[in-house]
Design a binder for this molecule. Structure first.
Ligand code: ADP
Ligand code: MG
Length: 492
């Protein structure tokens, strides 16, 4: 680093811990503020488990070192709080660009910081009534806090678009949110492929319950949501710190426990065992359990039989793969929520091309919107293809140009070779144009590439064909129907 404007400041940091009192104290204050912020952000319980033992090491140039006593803790903090630590340090001191998290013991500054630590940071849910005394009550508060910190504000029932593939799961989730632990709905087991809305529905249940509690504070329903992975790490941390009893009590004091992505517990026998006991204790006490996984209970081989059996005893609801109609509805809702006007044909294009999961569909739309905002340009099919080139390629459903040519030729009863021949009779020229149009829509081939595959035609010919077919679709309903039929057949 070169000596310039902020050289004194930088130098002070470089000399780090061996400084005279004043800068060291400043450093301690910064470190304190960062820890308080973290504590307020993650909640008391989580802070105590993972972050309390963190001590400040040295400052070297633009890098701060912090220490944790074990590799396990270091890895966990690195992967879960690393970015946040970087950002908080940078906020305190713009010179700092990186926080290096290591195994070891901090220098004296850590102790200094400790002695300056004020009373616990205010809890995030300062608005909710605090119940005095009783560790039980505190634990309940913690359980609430850890929930309110982790729920994603976007994942509510209001923002969940309901369609055929998810209406059953949605109805079950609603029901559980309205009347937790009612007969036949406990546990609620949601399953389905990636990105189909499992986590969204679970968070929506959480929000609904929190909302109700805000209106009727007396109906103390404490809700806890966590991923199965987090469940495992909390459990392990509890064993390490010899606080399994507290851990168990905390879990067993909630009214609704939601554990996401249960498949993660496959092969993790001790954690599974613990989950099984928690599960039984809660269900027996009339509390609600909601669980999600990527497969149905009976297909989750690798989970203990008795757990699988119990999981299947309540309501099992699957989220099916999305349909074109649902994808369109979701895109419309998201565009409306972002207050952006996207032409229906662009939405249709996206819904056709990105069919596998809603997360990617959403990501694609967000990227488009960001692009449109940035450049102030209208979103057309062309800009969409340009901006989403990589995503579209990845989603190319491997519909090949040959396949398109074959299907179209069969449909109009012409020879396959006519797709590449130079005959211009309308009876072959029109189907050929349709095939080019479909090739443009259903594959990510460029116009010149498509031209080459149709008997080495020029890209302008393809362009003309695409425009012409588009025009006919708008004018001639019977023709439009045939093209649509072909498209459906090709998409399988
Ligand atoms: P899963 O947990 O099943 O992998 P998520 O719940 O994380 O999937 O959903 C992935 C993304 O898709 C989220 O941003 C979610 O909001 C969105 N999403 C999924 N289904 C819907 C839906 N029916 N309506 C609105 N958004 C949805
Ligand atoms: Mg999920």
């Amino acid at each position: 680093m070169t000596a310039n404007g902020s050289a004194t400041e930088t130098q002070a940091h470089r000399d780090g811990i061996s400084l005279e009192m004043e800068p060291a104290q400043k450093l301690a204050c910064q470190w304190n503020r960062i820890r308080e912020r973290l504590q307020a952000e993650v909640g008391e319980a989580e802070y105590r488990t993972w972050l309390r033992q963190m001590t400040l090491g040295t400052i070297d140039g633009d890098e701060v070192t912090v220490h944790l006593p074990t590799r396990f803790l270091r890895d966990w903090v690195r992967s879960h709080y690393g970015d946040r630590l970087n950002a908080l340090w940078h906020g305190e001191d713009p010179v700092i660009r990186r926080v290096d998290i290591r195994v070891g013991r901090g220098l004296s500054t850590g102790g200094l910081a400790e002695s300056l630590t004020p009373s616990p940071a205010p809890s995030k849910s300062a608005g909710t009534p605090v119940q005095p005394g009783g560790t039980r009550a505190e634990e309940r508060m913690e359980a609430r806090d850890s929930l309110s910190v982790t729920l994603e504000p976007r994942f509510t029932f209001q923002s969940f678009v309901v369609g055929k593939p998810n209406e059953f799961a949605h109805a079950c989730a609603r029901r559980v949110a309205e009347r937790p632990a009612s007969q036949g709905f406990n546990p609620l087991f949601l399953y389905g492929g990636v990105g189909l809305g499992k986590t969204h529905l679970m968070h929506a249940i959480g929000w609904e319950l929190l909302g109700r509690r805000a209106k009727h504070p007396s109906a103390l329903a404490s809700v806890m949501y966590m991923s199965a992975e987090r469940f495992m790490y909390r459990f392990i941390a509890a064993i390490r710190s010899q606080s399994t009893i507290e851990f168990k009590e905390q879990l067993r004091s909630v009214d609704v426990l939601m554990v996401d992505d249960l498949q993660f517990l496959i092969g993790k026998d001790n954690t599974q065992e613990e989950f099984f006991h928690t599960f039984n204790a809660l269900v027996d006490a009339g509390k609600q359990i909601v669980v999600s996984a990527d497969k149905s209970p009976s297909d989750l081989s690798g989970l203990e039989d008795r757990l699988r059996t119990r999981l299947g005893c309540g309501m099992v609801a699957d989220l099916h793969a999305t349909t074109f109609e649902l994808r369109i509805s979701i895109l419309e809702a998201k565009a409306a929520a972002a207050a952006v006007n996207v032409a229906p044909k662009v939405l249709e294009f996206l819904a056709h091309r990105i069919a596998s999961n809603v997360r990617e569909l959403e990501g694609a739309l967000n990227r488009l919107i960001a692009h449109a905002n940035l450049f102030g340009r209208e979103i057309t099919i062309e800009t969409t293809q340009e901006v989403l080139h990589d995503i579209l390629r990845a989603h190319d459903r491997r519909i090949t140009i040959e396949e398109i040519q074959r299907k179209v030729a069969e449909h109009w009863n012409i020879r396959l070779t006519d797709m590449t021949s130079s005959r211009r009779a309308r009876a072959v020229a029109r189907p050929r144009q349709v095939a080019m149009y479909l090739a443009k829509q259903l594959t990510s081939r460029s116009l010149p590439e498509i031209g080459r595959r149709f008997g080495n035609r020029d890209h302008t010919t393809v362009m003309h064909a695409v425009a012409r077919v588009g025009e006919l679709i708008g004018r001639d309903a019977a023709f439009a129907e045939q093209v649509e039929l072909l498209r459906r057949m090709l998409e399988g």
